[in-house]
Design a protein around this ligand. Structure first.
Ligand code: FAD
Length: 326
């Protein structure tokens, strides 16, 4: 029997949807190994999220509260989680593959001498062994991995697991002891956290994403995509080429080295559909591409494609949507 520990993703006092996706994964794994799952949160003050975490159907909710944990420093979080894993005898630790998850879990795996699989998109039970599917070679192939270790540490792509529904009842909440900060923290100075403030939904969780590429030609022209996104209640995304050209901040990059998105509707405007971009958006339910080059690879993954000049298509699309929205 083995138990699973989910590391919750909390931002601005709110449990993010990616936590529910990790719970879906954890509940599948728990059924494979004949165990249960618990959810752990770390922060300065977690009273506000205890109730939401208690509705995730977990055996227990574990809260690690101490000053400085809100900073999400891997050097500080990893020893706290390590202690909980060892004391609780957890066999699998999972976190969504957020920036924090990607930062903390490899360090945790090292401390636990555990096996690690990152960016997992599916899990199976093959001959009694947990078998993880994860993209490799920029998403060109999916590899299957088994981890020959007593403890398995996993980050999951939230876009590949449906968020769990809210459960009836409430899980018991336990406060966990937080070990004293490590010596190494004296060498690290937390300078601050600069949050990107936007009225639009979070790119990674948005139902509609309007992405632009180098074909937009300037930062000014990206405003067209912002208008389209606002009309559809969506988020704006971009290719790395658009980011590198300075058209938009790199917070908005979609792809292998950017955000992974899986909206219901993805507009790919003036972007070629390079492998590294497609790796971040191919799970979108409906993909609409606008490109003047009929040979552009984006048309291979698009559900609807327009071989046209974006500078004609996007303004008329905005105009037509405005008419309908009136
Ligand atoms: C290790 C590595 C990691 C990478 N990670 C990422 C990543 O995470 N995300 C990412 O996006 N890229 C990434 N890249 C870069 C990627 O390989 C491509 O270079 C990039 O995605 C291309 O961006 P683009 O499609 O905007 O530009 P281009 O390839 O230049 O395409 C521009 C497109 O716009 C079209 N166009 C031009 N004008 C118009 C017009 N008026 N109307 C309609 N269409 C028009 C053109 O036909 C063309 O297809 C990575 C590369 C490497 C090597």
């Amino acid at each position: 029997m083995g138990n699973v520990l989910v590391i919750a993703h909390i931002q601005d006092g709110e449990v993010k949807k990616s936590t529910n996706c990790a719970v879906t994964f954890a509940s599948t794994v728990a059924s494979f190994v004949g165990g249960t799952y618990s959810v752990m949160a770390l922060g300065d003050s977690l009273g506000g999220v205890a109730e939401s975490l208690g509705k995730l159907g977990a055996e227990k909710v574990l809260l690690a509260e101490a000053e400085g944990l809100d900073q999400q420093l891997p050097e500080r979080w990893a020893p706290v989680i390590e202690q909980v894993v060892k004391q609780g005898g957890f066999q699998v630790v999972v976190s969504p593959a957020t920036s924090t998850g990607k930062d903390v879990l490899p360090r945790l795996a090292h401390r636990l001498d555990a096996g690690m699989a990152s960016d997992v998109v599916a899990v199976e039970n093959l001959d009694g062994k947990l078998t993880y599917t994860r993209p490799m070679y920029a998403g060109n192939v999916n590899g299957q991995v088994q981890l020959p270790a007593d403890i398995e540490v996993v980050t999951i792509r939230q876009t590949e697991f449906d968020p769990c529904a809210t459960a009836d009842g409430a899980s018991p909440v336990e406060k966990v002891e937080v070990p004293a900060p490590l010596e190494v923290l004296n060498q690290i100075v937390f300078k601050g956290f600069e949050k990107s403030v936007s009225e639009r939904p979070d790119l990674a969780e948005a139902g509609v994403v309007v992405s632009g590429g180098r074909g937009l030609k300037s930062q000014e022209n990206f405003k067209m995509l912002e208008q389209l996104a606002d009309l559809l209640g969506g988020a704006v995304g971009a290719t790395r080429a658009a980011v590198d050209a300075g058209f938009i901040h790199n917070d908005f990059q979609v792809g292998q080295t950017g955000k992974i998105v899986a909206p219901d509707l993805y507009f790919a405007v003036g972007l070629s559909g390079a492998l590294q971009h497609v790796a971040g958006m191919k799970s979108a339910k409906t993909i609409v591409a606008v490109n003047k080059d009929e040979e552009a690879p984006i048309f291979q993954v698009a559900d609807y494609g327009m071989v046209a000049d974006l500078f004609k298509v996007v303004p008329s699309l905005i105009e037509e949507i405005r008419k309908v929205a009136k």
